[in-house]
Each structure stands twice: as C-alpha cells, then as structure tokens.
Write a protein that binds this ligand. Structure first.
Ligand code: CU
Length: 111
C-alpha cells in the first residue's frame, strides 16, 4: 500500500534525478500571434516547451493556423474576434499556414 507520504517522497526524489522536470516547472508563457492584414504577426516565433500560443483573428476574412509540415495542430477557421490556443509540449519547428490563404505562413520554433 502506498501512503500519501511515500508518494510525495518518491516525487521529490524523481525531480532531483531529472533536472529536465525542474526546468519545465518554470512559469509557462502564453504568446499571442495576431492575424491582421492577411498575415501572422509575429511571423516567426520562438517559444519554450510547455508554452502556449494563442492566435487572434483581428482581420475581416476568416483565417486559420494549420501545421502543414506535420499536421500536429489546426485551429480551424477563426472569424473576426475569435481566437484559438495550442500548447507545445515538445521541442521542434512547426511551419504553419492559413488553410484558405496558403500564402499566409508562419513558424513556431519550440526550444
Ligand atoms: Cu487566411
């Protein structure tokens, strides 16, 4: 039988053995990408693993943000004033674009 006390003790020991977990315990940040005038701003964004990116459509046409390189995320169509958030838990580089407007492109780099 595992008591709560034993569980907590094991948790601390695990954290000490895995510094990566300590790193990810830092405050997570939410970054905003504004969609306006048929483009993403900022177009290229570098974030840390665990961070969240929120796309906000301030444009009149509907837009989306779709990872066309790996299909790992797709905000779906966002109307004016709508927003959608994606949390990136793993490192990598993600090229994305707007599904209806393939010339609208951006990159999220997760370090
Ligand atoms: Cu678009």
């Amino acid at each position: 039988m595992t008591t709560r006390r034993n569980f907590l003790f094991r948790g601390v020991a695990t954290l000490a053995a895995l510094p990566v977990l300590v790193t990810t315990a830092r405050a997570q940040t939410t970054h905003t990408v504004t969609i306006k005038n048929m483009s993403f701003t900022p177009e290229n964004l570098t974030i840390s693993a665990g961070d969240t990116v929120t796309w906000v459509n301030e444009d009149r046409p509907r837009h989306s943000a779709w990872d066309d390189s790996g299909d790992t995320f797709d905000t779906g169509l966002l109307a004016n004033g709508d927003s959608a958030s994606v949390t990136f838990n793993a490192a990598g580089s993600f090229n994305y674009r707007c599904r209806p407007h393939s010339n609208m492109r951006g990159t999220i780099t997760v370090s």
